[in-house]
Design a protein around this ligand. Structure first.
Ligand code: HEC
Length: 140
């Protein structure tokens, strides 16, 4: 009985030390799409704050990491390393949405560079619609 308790404790400890083993995709890294989305989430929230305080300075920086992550996602989707949670067979539509979304982001960064906060604000609304649209079709 004591041994059983000990073994149970070991498992619990392991569970605490390694919370939620990262989802593997064959390349030995966590799902790159989810990673890209987490980085995008950080960059987007920072963007919203910047709109609120009307300050274009810090907008661009956090998007650099998103850009790198997007490259990995593209490769993983092409190699079949990851699949979309829903409508994976509609990859063409996904790519189109993704393309449009990233064009909007580029527009935001360009406007931020030109300190045109009115344009940043407009395109931030557009981008938000892009997040919701894509999730409603491809996220679980
Ligand atoms: C072109 C499609 C697309 C766009 C645009 C998009 N997402 Fe996602 N996002 C996805 C998909 C697909 C998932 C689900 C990934 C999975 O569960 O494997 C996801 C998941 C997420 C998650 C959950 C990540 C996790 O760890 O489970 C967050 C947060 C997120 N997106 C934020 C955003 C934000 C913020 C935007 C807009 C600024 C955005 N996304 C735009 C496709 C998109």
């Amino acid at each position: 009985m004591k041994n059983l308790v000990f073994i149970a404790m070991l498992f619990i400890t392991a569970g605490l030390a390694f919370p939620a083993f990262p989802q593997q995709n064959g390349a030995g890294v966590e799902n790159p799409l989810k990673e890209e989305m987490r980085l995008l989430d950080v960059a987007f929230k920072n963007l919203i704050d910047s709109v609120l305080i009307n300050d274009p300075k810090g907008i661009e920086e956090p998007f650099h990491e998103v850009h790198h992550a997007k490259f990995k996602t593209g490769k993983a989707l092409e190699s079949g390393g990851i699949t979309l949670p829903r409508n994976h067979d509609k990859m063409k539509a996904f790519k189109e949405m993704d393309g449009r979304f990233h064009e909007t982001l580029e527009g935001i960064l360009k406007a931020a560079g030109a300190k045109d906060m009115e344009e940043v604000r407009k395109k931030t609304h557009e981008a938000l619609d892009g997040c919701v649209q894509c999730h409603s079709m491809f996220r679980e």
